[in-house]
Write a new protein. Structure first.
Length: 128
């Protein structure tokens, strides 16, 4: 096998693997949502993430207080916004963890199936 043939073979396999993972992710999303739309779930998750965002904003504002007595309003606002953003991201991730688990599990199953097919192509089993 030449280098060109080898690279084409591996490129095709990589493309099949990515496509099977994407297909599995879509199947996992459909299985989790059970025919419902994604937007209401994302809205629910965003509402659930507001509490961690508020806690993060308070912690960010509290952490911006300089110990030398120099109080800067812009620094306090920036730290509060950053803390709120981090809190919102964590809350959103936590609220959507079941959807993420379903998508990842289904994608991995499809990718394992593709890897098994590839292995059987390269290592045929002779039962005779």
């Amino acid at each position: 096998m030449t280098a060109v043939e080898w690279s084409k073979s591996h490129f095709e396999y990589g493309r099949k693997l990515v496509n099977s993972g994407l297909e599995g992710a879509h199947q996992g999303e459909e299985a989790f949502l059970q025919g419902e739309h994604l937007a209401p779930f994302l809205g629910y998750s965003a509402r659930k993430a507001l509490t961690p965002a508020a806690v993060g904003a308070c912690l960010g504002a509290a952490s911006s207080r300089p110990w030398n007595g120099d109080r800067s309003a812009s620094r306090t606002i920036a730290c509060a916004l950053f803390g709120g953003l981090v809190g919102f991201a964590i809350g959103l991730g936590w609220a959507g963890r079941r959807l993420t688990a379903s998508v990842v599990s289904s994608a991995m199953k499809n990718m394992e199936k593709t890897r098994d097919e590839r292995w059987l192509e390269k290592n045929p089993i002779d039962y005779a």
